[in-house]
Structures are given as structure tokens and as C-alpha cells.
Design a protein around this ligand. Sequence first.
Ligand code: FUL
Length: 712
Amino acid sequence: MIPSFSKFHPSKFLFLLSLLLCCKTSIGQKTASPVPYGVTPSERLLAWHELEFYGFIHFTINTFTDKEWGYGDESPTLFNPTHFDPDQIVLSMKAAGMKAIILTAKHHDGFCLWPTKTTEHNITKSPWKNGKGDVVREISDACRRHGLKFGVYLSPWDRNNEHYATPHYVNTIFQNQLRELLTNYGPVFEVWFDGANGGDGYYGGKREERKIDRITYYNLDELWNVIRPLQPMACIFSDLGPEIRWVGNESGVAGETCWPTYTPKGREDINKPGLGQTRYEEGQFGTRDGKYWIPAECDVSIRPGWFYHESENNRVRSVENLVNLYFKSVGHGASMLLNIPPSRKGTVYPTDSITLAQMGNYLQRLYAVNYATTAKVKASAVRSSDQAFAPENVRDTDRYSYWGTPDGVTTGEITLQFSKPTTFDVVRLRENIKLGVRSDDWEIWAQVKGQWQLFGKGTAIGASRLVKGPKVTADAIKVSITKGKASICISDIGVFNSPELPKENLPVISRDQKGQVHIVGESKNASIVYEKNRNDISATSTPYQAPFVMTESGSVSAAFLNKDGSTSRISTVTFGILPQNWVLYKNQATTDAKQLALDNNPKTVWLVDINAQGTDALILDTQKSQVIKGVSYVPDPTNGQGNITHYALYGSQNGNDWQLIQEGEFSNIEANPRPQRVNIPKDKGQLRYLKLVPKRWVGNGHQVRIADLLLL
Ligand code: FUL
């Protein structure tokens, strides 16, 4: 039918016009979203970013050999946890607030924790559950039961496998191990490839050094293609990505400014990343406008080592320490991957699980009330009246709803006005990372009694930024973006008041040059008790009244004993034999600073020139023949360059005839410089002289570092 114009009426025209205008405004309101800036995360990385805090389990044959890196010649019969309890492990970790767990399915020693068909060196050859056990199955099932995601660590370096360093290992054995893990154990959120690669090992009995080309050997393109179809949501971690990068240290700390975008220097083609190729410092910071979206992950252990060592039972990080790391990892836009090593029982040790529960309690209370949700919000500019860009979006829990400014408006501010003075000390900022990392510099201001005070400032926001400031009671807060590369897209401003954190208060144990042990500390209504050469403390432990002499080697543990019989956490210090008139020298020449290696203070380091690898030696004359049970080498904890990685240790009665005691490696010292113990067998232990020959050390310099040398 042809429309009849005769039926036209002015009121109808007005109505149509207003309808049209109305449509126009609403079309106008449906302003286009900002164009993403730079690179953006994939769907699986978005899901990964939401996890923020998850756990690592280091558990294998090393748990039973007291080692950090197995050589690969360990008998599978050693693996035999007495009370393995996957629920206890997973629930202890969940209690901390972790959202996922990554298990070391195979560490460098090559022992597979699942019944693999790829090698005999696996759990079926252990006595545990008569060879019918499967740790990967039990942990992955427990994760699912308790609502945590599951991930796998599979060490590329395999010191057991005879084929390591040949194409057969990498193209068949290693890939098939991955296939098994990614096929048989349900969804996997992350696959973890360690950078420690190549070197000496058992290799099927050859006991030799095997070097690989870290860039080409693993055929990484092919490896990624094994993962993709089997687990489309699994993010791949290695030093350089391709999806998650190593932060460059094992201390749990990301750079103050830590971009999720990254262009590794000199390795611009990330599709051929190599393993163990990281440049340590870079990982902490990432690259503004980097070519790839490869956010940082901060892996750190709750203890000095990655595996359980009984000797470290009193060296578990405190909740205060862990929370601090949380703010320096998750709070800087990275993730926190906290390692909890189960003991030989196959459970999380009580000190660790108590600390985890404390951490969970802290985080729960921290996030319990977000004072932003009820605040009135006002922004200096808004993209349009479309709800999609409304300043109020920063108050909700949706990580992708946001306050947006018009194109080209890269600076601006947003104010949250509280209905009454509000006390807080933590502010959380997030950008809608689906649109890239857009803003650079930001400031947070608190309005206290009418005056604006700076609460915090920094660079980079990304997926999460936690700003911990002093406690303030304010009427309003203002977030000011003072520099950016694209229009603002802030998705979250959270305002929280952190709960009181239990402060670590432990007795401090020290020994003076005369061998007097002093234990100092104060705790209300508590006294100090101690034990020699025991890790545990109880109400019946010896009350500390005055310094006592201990010239022999051994440990002292101390704690506060409360009136009700309970005790604080325990501090333990290991002393070497008291170095009285000992002479330490280098075979070529003496060095003035040598005493720094005998002062039992890891902060003072003997930096000693070494003429050529494997020829120089450090000699210790203890002035009398005595029984020495071991040596502890304490590397420089602050500067890895020069820390010894490979050594030979000799002993002598007369300083002329030397007997080799042990030759070996100080495992993982580059990434994790913790004290290293070498045991001296009884038949070689009657000694006056010791000679340490540094064979290899970190870096290419001509100096090695010795923070301390203890004779045990
Ligand atoms: C390191 C490894 O060599 C350690 O043993 C540990 O697994 C840690 C997470 O990564 O590079």
C-alpha cells in the first residue's frame, strides 16, 4: 500500500521528530567503545589474570633425599610418603586464598609423579601404594573437588633420561609426557617450563655434562602446538613466555612499575623464545608498549628452598612477610605463585599451614568491605552519557566495566565522595585490560578535613595495582591520571582498610667472637626458652637466663613461652665451629677481606679474585685436627654474580696431602642463593685443613663471592 500523505498531521510530525531525536541521542549514547591500545590479552590470559594468587607444589624424590636438584640417579624406591593427603595439601593452600595449584609433575631429576609410559623412572617403581599411586591424579582431583584450577610443571631438563639432549628426547619423550599430562588429568590452566637447562647429570648412567642450544633444542613452536589442541585454555609459562614471563627472581617481587607488555631485548621474535633465556632485570619491569602481552609471574617459596627440608622448618616465611610479597607481586600487576612443599609425610607441615590460614584470614578481612561501593562518583570527563562509560562503573566488581573518557582525553580525575569520613589504607586500581594498558602515571589523593593529601603515586595500572599507604580517615579520594597513551578506561577503584597483621616477634639469637650465645627479645608476659640441636620447642625447653658458651657447631632454637604454656614461632640459627685463630687464604695470594667469610654475617661478603676456572683454591687452616661433619657455603644473597655453582672440596691433616671429599654443584644458586651444605663422610672427617676449589660460578667475572663459610 502506498502511504497516504493526506493523513499528515503536525502533531504526528513532532512526535516522529522527537522519536528520531531520541533515537539519535541514544545512538549518540551508544558511543563506540575506545579502540584497544597496543596489544591486548587473549581470552585465556584474561582468565589467568583473574586468578592473581595461586600455589606451587614442589614434591618429588628430592623431598626424600633432602636435595633441591636431584642428579637423576636416585632410586624410585626412595619415594614413599607415609601419610599422603591431597585434601590436606589443597585445602591448606586454598585457605590462604589461592585459586589454583601447579604441581611439579617432573623436576630436573626426571622422576615422574604419574604412571607415564615414556620412562621407567616413575612412580610405578616406587613402593608407595605398591606402585599403583599417581600424585598427579590425586592432586588434580583434589583441586577440582575444592574448586581450584590445576596446572603442571614439567621440567624440560631431565637429568635421568639417557636420551636427554638428543632429538628423540625432545620430540618424542618430552612431548609425550606433555600429552599424557594434558590428556588424562582434566583442564589445565598453566603449563610451566623451567629455565634451568642442560648441564651434568646421570643420563642413563653416562654421568656426563650435556649441553643443549637453549633456543633451538626444544622445538618450542612444535611444543606449543602439542599444548594448544589438548588444552586451549592453558597459558604457557617460560622465562620469556610466550604467555607468562618469569619475573626474573625467586623472591616474589615484581618491579614497582611492571608492565604486562613485553619485548624481550634481542629476542624480538617471541615465537622462538628459547628456554632459560631471560634477562633477569627486564622481567621485573616488562616493556611499555611492548610487542607482546606477556605478564609477569612471581614464583617464590614459603621456605628458603623449593623442596621440603626438615632443617628449614623454622624458616617458614611469616604472614607479614607473605602479605608484603602479595603487595609487591599482585599489587604490581603480576601474579603471586607461592610454593608450599609437602613434607615426607605427604602433607603440609603445621607451621606452613598455620601461616597460610593466617594469610587467607588477612586477605578475607582486607577485602571484606570495599568503601568505594557506596561512594558518590564524579569524573572530570566522561566519554558519553552511555552507561558503558559511567564513572560509577569503577565501584562494581566487574573487572571489565569501566569509566571511559573521550578519545584523546588521556588525563583526568575521578573523585569518590564517601557519605562519612572513612578510614582506609589500601586502594586498588584496575584498567579494563581488554582495551590494553592505556594509562601511565597516576596519583591518589585523600581529602582529609577538607585538605587533599597525596596518598600514593606511580606508573602503570593494568590488571591490578594495590597501593598501600598510611591509614587515613578521609571524606573523599581522588584518582588522577596525569599521563597516558590513550583515553582512560579505569575499571576498578577499590578502597579498603587492612586488618591488623600479626607482627613477627621472635627472639634473636647471635653468637659473639668468644662463642657466647645471646638470645634477646621481649614479649609481653612471656619468657624465652631454647633448645640446642633441636628444631622444636615446648614448655619444658630450657629457660634462657644468661648467655651460654657454644664453640662447637650446631643449632640453637628459641621461642617465647607464654604463661598458658603456648609458644611463639621458633627461630633457629645454625652455627659452625667457632673460628678461633683460623687462617683463611687463597693459594695464590691473601686477600684482606677474607675474614668476612668467617664472621657468620651473610651481609659481609668476601669477594675474591680467581685467576682461572678450577685452578685457584680457598684454603682454611683451623689450627688443629678435629672432626668436621660438613661445610656450609653461604652465597651472597643480594648479588648473584660470582656465587659458586660448582665446587670441589678437599681435606687434609697436614696442608700437603689433600684428599677429595666431594665434587659437585650448588643447585639453583643462581636463581635462589640460599646456604648450601656439603656433608663430609665420617672416614674423611678428621681434618685440620679444608680446601674449596670454585670450579664454576655465576657470570663471567673473575671474582667469586663467599658470604660465609661454616664448618659443621
Ligand atoms: C627453578 C628450579 O631450578 C627450581 O628447582 C624450582 O623448580 C624453581 C621454581 O625454578 O628454576
